[in-house]
Design a protein around this ligand. Structure first.
Ligand SMILES: Nc1nc2c(ncn2[C@@H]2O[C@H](COP(=O)(O)OP(=O)(O)OP(=O)(O)O)[C@@H](O)[C@H]2O)c(=O)[nH]1
Ligand SMILES: [Zn+2]
Length: 295
């Protein structure tokens, strides 16, 4: 049987790239997985056959590493978390929210800062320590400008051989970034889709595009609402620098709020943890707890 990866799903067909020949084969699904009510997803590694009449059939879905709901893609390796430093202003709160949700999905986030060209040197010196903090806690932060074409190669290197989703608010420059990395992608930027009168929430099919030997989803992923799916203890694990310190908290399962001898609170007090990180954590925790039924 042939092996491949599903790059596109549309109207009951799956478009599978043959790993060996790199051909794109139109397939229907026929395997035993259908009995288990498992539907093939874009990003799935599959076994497939091609019959003499040329019709392809997906026969088996190989084990998934993960499975996103929005966009519906399996086996996502990386999420490009795109934030503009200006227009719209950089928001640490929204960044922390995205990071928590992505960590919860066990996907590696890469922070991509866009529109660096818009910063004055004064503004640059204000944002530099924040960038440094996120790097110190282990995140890759890539500073880019699609307008001045810098930082793009750094992203290209990271996405090689990876399945990538891109996320970020409207207007931060996601489409511009993708188009600057590869003109042939031709993903529509804001102005054009407005001109066509398209709604922002038009549902489209999902497709993985080749970009620098990686595969990138053309539909933005995640939403800040996805925080709702977390439990209080999950949240503290999704703040990576909190999680590292939580072994030193007196209580197992410490939520780092009012508990005595909390290593996280101590780190906040001595300035090792960025105050906004802790404030955002507390706020998300309150949000999560308030939707939990109390017994
Ligand atoms: N100065 C500057 N402007 C940029 C840069 N990148 C994008 N822009 C502008 O920012 C606006 C939004 O860019 P888009 O690429 O459409 O943003 P988006 O994130 O795809 O937006 P949605 O399609 O709404 O999700 C456009 O007017 C771009 O010209 C940049 O590096 N520098
Ligand atoms: Zn604690």
């Amino acid at each position: 049987m042939k092996k491949g990866i599903i790059l596109k799903a549309l109207s009951g067909f799956y478009y599978v790239e043959d790993l060996q020949t790199k051909e794109l084969i139109q397939c229907r699904s026929r395997g035993l997985f259908r009995k288990k009510k498992i539907t093939p997803l874009v990003g799935d590694s599959v076994h497939f056959t091609v019959e003499p009449d040329g019709n392809g059939y997906v026969m088996e879905i190989l084990n998934r590493k993960n499975e996103l709901v929005r966009p519906p893609i399996a086996n996502v390796d990386l999420a490009l978390v795109v934030f503009s430093v200006k227009e719209p202003d950089f928001s640490p709160k929204l960044l922390d929210r995205f990071l928590a949700v992505i960590e919860a999905n066990q996907i590696e986030p890469i922070i991509v800062l866009t529109k660096m060209d818009l910063l004055t040197s004064e503004e640059q010196s204000l944002i530099a320590p924040i960038i440094q903090y996120y790097r110190e806690i282990g995140y890759q932060v890539i500073e880019t400008s699609s307008k001045q074409q810098f930082g793009l190669d750094g992203i290209k290197d990271l996405i090689r051989n990876q399945i990538v989703v891109i996320c970020g608010q409207s207007g931060v420059g996601k489409s511009s970034l993708l188009n600057s990395m590869d003109q042939t992608l031709n993903i529509q930027v804001n102005e054009i889709s407005k001109a066509l009168g398209r709604g922002k929430h038009t549902t489209r099919h999902v497709e993985l595009h080749k970009l620098s030997d990686g595969l990138i989803a053309d539909t933005p992923g995640f939403s800040s609402l996805d925080l709702d799916q977390l439990e209080p203890n999950d949240l503290s694990e999704c703040f990576v620098e909190f999680y590292q310190r939580s072994q030193d908290c007196k209580f197992r399962g410490c939520l780092h709020v009012n508990e005595p001898r909390c290593a996280v609170k101590e780190a906040v007090e001595v300035g090792e943890i960025l105050p906004t990180r802790y404030e955002n954590y507390l706020q998300f925790l309150t949000e999560i707890k308030s939707r939990k039924p109390k017994y």
